[in-house]
Write a protein that binds this ligand. Structure first.
Ligand SMILES: Cc1cc2nc3c(=O)[nH]c(=O)nc-3n(C[C@H](O)[C@H](O)[C@H](O)COP(=O)(O)OP(=O)(O)OC[C@H]3O[C@@H](n4cnc5c(N)ncnc54)[C@H](O)[C@@H]3O)c2cc1C
Length: 327
C-alpha cells in the first residue's frame, strides 16, 4: 500500500478543511471497509485520509422527520427504535447489509459513498472508464452482476443498500464544503454515468463531506423492502426493492417503487407506480406492477436472470407493504 498521511479532526469543519479539491488526493474515511480494501488493491491511492468518525453519529427529530448523522454505524441504524418505527424499510436495509462485523464497523456516510463492486473496477489491471480508461469491460466480459438498466457507458450497479430506501423516502443529504453547506435530494445525489462524468457515482465534490441524511415526516405510508441474495449473509443483493404505499382504504393512492442493484443509481420506476395507483393490492396487481417495473430492462449476455429476480423483489415488496402473504 502506498504510504499516506492520516488526519483526525474533531469536528466537521476541521474535517472539511483537511480535504483537497483534487479528486482522490485526500479521502474521508469512516469505517474504512471499502476504502482500505481499494487502497490495498491499488485501485485508490490517496495521499491523505481524513477520519470522519468524529462527525455527528446521532439521530435527531426535525420537522416531524429524522436527521441521521453520517458517522452513525449501520448496526445503530438497524437497531434504532425511531428509525424502525418511522422508516421500517431503512432499518430493514441496514440489518441486511453484509455481516454483523460489517454493520458494526461501517458508517452511513461510507455506505452511501462506497465505490462499485464491479470486478473490473476492483482489479488494478483493468483500466476501465471509472479509472480514466476508455472502455467498460463488462459488455464483452463477465457481466452476471452488472446493470440491466441505464445503457452504459459504464454498467456498474450502485452498491449501497441504504441508498435505495433513502431515495424511496425522498431523503435529503446535507453536504458540507469550504463554501458552506448544500442540501441535495437523494434522488439527485446519485448520477448516471455519461462520457463526461463516468468516473463518479454522485455529485459530491472532492472537498465536500456528506454529514447528514434528513428524512421527511413519513406520513401514513406502508412499506416493504425485499432483497434477493445468493447467500443469506456476507454478500450484496442480486436485486432488491423498496416500496412505499399511501392507501385510501384498500386502494393505492400513491406509490414509490425503487430498485437496487439493477442500475448505476437507485432505479425508481414510475411506470410501476402508475400501474398500482388507483388499484387494490392483490397478487395480480402486484405482479402487473412488477412487470411494468422491468419492462425497459436491457440485460447483457449473462445477466438476463436478474430481470426475473428484480421482478420478484418488486412484487414481494409490494405484497409486504400491503400486509399480504408472499406467494
Ligand atoms: C462481504 C461484504 C458484503 C457486503 N454487503 C453489503 C450489502 O449487502 N449492502 C451494502 O450496502 N454494502 C455491503 N457491503 C459494503 C459495506 O457495507 C461498505 O463497505 C461499508 O458500508 C462502507 O462503510 P465504511 O464506513 O466502512 O466506509 P469507508 O470505507 O470508510 O468509505 C467508503 C467510501 O465513502 C467515502 N466516505 C466515507 N464517509 C464519507 C462521508 N461522510 N462523506 C463523503 N464520503 C465519505 C470514503 O472516502 C470512501 O470512498 C459489504 C461489504 C462486504 C465486505
Amino acid at each position: 500500500m502506498k504510504p499516506f498521511a492520516y488526519v483526525n479532526p474533531a469536528n466537521e469543519k476541521d474535517a472539511v478543511a483537511a480535504l483537497s479539491p483534487d479528486y482522490e488526493k485526500t479521502l474521508p474515511i469512516g469505517g474504512g471497509q471499502d476504502l482500505l480494501a481499494r487502497m490495498k488493491d491499488y485501485v485508490t491511492q490517496p495521499d491523505r485520509l481524513v477520519n470522519v468518525k468524529n462527525l455527528d453519529a446521532t439521530v435527531t427529530r426535525v420537522n416531524g422527520g429524522l436527521k441521521i448523522g453520517s458517522a452513525m454505524r449501520m448496526v445503530d441504524v438497524a437497531e434504532h427504535p425511531e428509525i424502525a418505527r418511522m422508516y421500517p424499510a431503512v432499518a430493514a436495509a441496514a440489518i441486511e447489509v453484509g455481516t454483523p462485523q460489517i454493520r458494526n464497523q461501517g458508517t452511513v456516510g461510507g455506505n452511501i459513498n462506497q465505490r462499485p463492486r464491479c470486478w473490473y473496477f476492483r482489479n488494478e489491471e483493468f483500466v476501465c472508464y471509472k479509472k480514466g480508461g476508455n472502455r467498460c469491460f463488462s459488455p464483452q466480459g463477465e457481466n452476471q452482476f452488472h446493470a440491466i438498466f441505464g445503457d452504459g457507458p459504464s454498467y456498474i450497479v450502485h452498491p449501497s443498500s441504504l441508498a435505495v430506501p433513502f431515495v424511496a423516502y425522498d431523503a435529503t443529504f446535507r453536504l458540507l464544503g469550504r463554501k458552506g453547506e448544500r442540501m441535495v435530494k437523494a434522488a439527485d445525489y446519485f448520477t448516471m454515468p455519461t462520457k463526461e462524468n463516468v468516473e463518479r457515482e454522485n455529485v459530491l465534490a472532492p472537498d465536500e463531506l456528506l454529514t447528514h441524511v434528513i428524512l421527511p415526516a413519513p406520513g401514513n405510508v406502508k412499506s416493504g423492502h425485499y432483497e434477493v441474495r445468493y447467500k443469506a449473509s456476507h454478500d450484496w443483493p442480486i436485486a432488491f426493492a423498496t416500496v412505499l404505499l399511501s392507501m385510501n382504504g384498500s386502494t393505492v393512492q400513491g406509490a414509490r417503487i425503487v430498485m437496487g442493484a439493477v442500475a448505476p443509481v437507485p432505479w425508481r420506476s414510475q411506470d410501476a407506480e402508475k400501474a398500482l395507483a388507483g388499484k387494490a393490492v392483490t397478487p395480480q396487481t402486484a405482479a402487473a406492477a412488477a412487470d411494468a417495473a422491468l419492462a425497459g430492462a436491457q440485460p447483457m449476455s449473462q445477466n438476463a436472470y436478474k430481470v426475473q429476480v428484480a421482478k420478484t423483489a418488486v412484487e414481494r415488496a409490494i405484497l409486504q407493504a400491503a400486509g399480504l402473504p408472499i406467494v
